[in-house]
Design a protein around this ligand. Structure first.
Ligand code: SF4
Length: 279
């Protein structure tokens, strides 16, 4: 029986390639071809809700770019010329994006710029340049480095977007949720660096931790932080724990209910930018 991909079936191991994996993504609005540059499951953050199994702290291992390109050609051929969509997705599903979204922070890879070049070449070859978006799903921590800026700037005449993670702007909460020391000054400079090179959507994961919802004070701080950038941002995506965390933590991490997340969305809507909740 052929496997059907859906918004709830996100198993990256169904199709066994090393770097490229297809998923049906609600946030992308269809099929997303993911590029995993972090095949060793290493990230510089360790978010308490992270779904990456055996996550370690660190950088990606070297990337075999010719294998990555071969896999990309295979998948684009399956989607554009073969029957992949018909066989493995619901009727009406189309390819929406090619997303750098791996088992860790994609911009930590030395080969990030070279991988973008490959994606540009192959979207051109498959005549997808104006049809699919190139996305970067990032925690933003390397975005202001010249190499990351130059890498993403290659896409200046492509449809592109950065989904930039901000779960909280309180540094004590950041330490608990993302398990990193990150000052508000760094978040500011990272977000401004992202806005300089790309359309940006903020993505925020809200959780119940040890039975506590995000505090009113924390949400207000988040809103005040985003306010000066509201006109420049494409929008905000809110979500909560979709699947059980794969991290060891002594905290009790729970998913917000639909009404709890929509109450937060209701407050954030005062920013007058599109706020979408995914639960
Ligand atoms: S930044 Fe992403 S990959 Fe890294 S720990 Fe957080 S959720 Fe996992």
């Amino acid at each position: 029986m052929s496997v059907k991909l859906s918004t709830t079936n996100h198993d990256r191991n169904i199709f066994k390639d090393k770097y490229i994996y297809p998923v049906v993504s609600r946030r992308a609005g269809g099929l997303s071809l993911g590029i995993n540059l972090n095949t060793n499951n290493a990230c510089n953050w360790q978010c308490v809700y992270c779904e990456v199994p055996n996550l370690t702290r660190g950088k990606p291992e070297p990337i075999n770019l010719s294998q990555l390109e071969k896999e990309l050609i295979y998948w684009l051929d399956q989607i554009v010329h073969q029957d992949f969509l018909k066989e493995h997705t619901e009727t009406g599903t189309s390819l929406k994006d090619i997303a750098f979204s791996g088992n860790g922070e994609p911009t930590a890879a030395k080969e990030f710029g070279a991988a973008i070049k490959i994606v540009m070449k192959q979207t051109q070859n498959f005549q997808l340049k104006d049809k699919v978006s190139i996305r970067l799903i990032t925690n933003g921590s390397y975005i202001n480095l010249p190499e990351t800026q130059n890498a993403w700037k290659q896409l200046s005449d492509h449809t592109r977007e950065i989904w930039f993670k901000i779960d909280t702007v309180d540094s004590i909460e950041t330490k608990i949720i993302n398990q990193v020391n990150l000052s508000i000054k760094s978040v500011t400079s990272n977000l401004e660096a992202a806005l300089k090179i790309s359309p940006v959507t903020i993505q925020s994961c809200f959780l119940k931790i040890d039975g506590h919802l995000p505090s009113e004070q924390s949400i207000n701080k988040y809103i005040d932080f985003i306010k000066p950038y509201a006109k420049e941002l494409k929008g905000i995506h809110l979500y909560s724990l979709a699947r059980p965390t794969k991290q060891n933590t002594s905290l009790v991490i729970e998913r917000l209910s639909e009404s709890e997340l929509s109450a937060i969305a209701g407050k954030i809507k005062q920013l007058n930018i599109p706020v979408l909740s995914f639960i």
